[in-house]
Ligand binder design. Structure first.
Ligand SMILES: Cc1cc2nc3c(=O)[nH]c(=O)nc-3n(C[C@H](O)[C@H](O)[C@H](O)COP(=O)(O)O)c2cc1C
Length: 251
């Protein structure tokens, strides 16, 4: 097995880091890797913000309710950014509605997520650890404000990186056969039956955030998450619209 795949198959989220900083050479490499990632149409419709300001981090942690966000040696936020290309078009005398449409938004969202994952793989290959923060969207309107984002931009995900100060277990994944289909989607007769072995395996996993307790079975986690909706997260599409994107949900 080559070292890249070895690293990818050893992936686990790291949420606690030592004080050892990420060097400027490592940082430059990580940014180069993000920048080298494939992008939709080559349009590079994402940007990333490096957050070093403690006060911004504190406010972000209030939104995410994950205090460990403040302690990440490096913290980035990947954002949809169609503002830059809209400005280019405008300076060339064009302001078509398409600059802010959902196609562009989804392209930018995909670009941002891919760049973040590419950076994560690179970080892990250097012996660094990484944690995503989808929780920055717990209050999207407030996050836009904290980050000072202009129109035609939108936060996608945060990413913390540093030297690991913990050794979590590998978190079990469901068998490949349950999510890889050939030539069409496969519907199973009973999902509870299919998940039985995975449910058991999941209960051998300890989440280090809750060290003395094994996690629930996967099927239980699904229901718990569905029943615990964070009300302010349901404003996501409204805030996307407030950021100047044209949803055009109606035919
Ligand atoms: C888009 C995305 C958002 C995530 N958001 C958070 C988060 O807000 N806080 C956190 O601690 N982990 C977050 N995670 C990490 C997941 O909880 C983690 O990847 C998952 O439980 C599997 O565990 P593993 O990465 O250790 O295998 C996120 C992961 C992804 C892909």
């Amino acid at each position: 097995m080559n070292p890249t795949i070895q690293n990818q198959l050893s992936h686990r989220t790291i949420r606690e880091f030592t004080d050892e900083p990420v060097t400027s050479a490592q940082l430059a490499t990580l940014l180069d890797v993000a920048n080298r990632t494939a992008t939709s149409n080559g349009m590079q419709q994402y940007s990333l913000l490096r957050i070093t300001d403690p006060d911004m981090r504190r406010q972000m942690a209030q939104v995410s309710t994950q205090e460990y966000l403040t302690r990440c040696p490096e913290l980035f936020v990947f954002i949809v950014d169609v503002y830059r290309n809209a400005r280019i078009a405008e300076e060339l005398g064009h302001t078509p509605e398409s600059r802010a449409d959902m196609d562009r938004f989804i392209q930018g969202f995909t670009d941002a997520a891919l760049a973040a994952q590419n950076m994560t793989v690179a970080a892990e290959s250097m012996g660094l650890g990484a944690v995503y923060f989808g929780s920055i969207l717990n209050d999207p309107r407030r996050m836009v404000k904290i980050l000072g984002l202009p129109q035609l931009t939108f936060p996608v995900v945060g990413l913390g990186i540093g030297h690991p100060n913990q050794e979590p277990q590998l978190k079990p994944r469901m068998p490949v056969e349950l999510k890889v289909f050939e030539n069409g989607y496969r519907v199973f007769d009973s999902y509870l039956d299919e998940m039985k072995a995975y449910d058991e395996e999941m209960q051998t996993y300890y989440d280090l955030r809750d060290a003395n307790r094994r996690v629930d079975s996967f099927t239980k986690q699904v229901v718990t998450k569905l029943l615990n909706v964070i009300e302010s997260r349901t404003t996501i599409l409204q805030v996307v619209r407030e950021q100047g994107f044209i949803l055009k949900a109606e035919e």
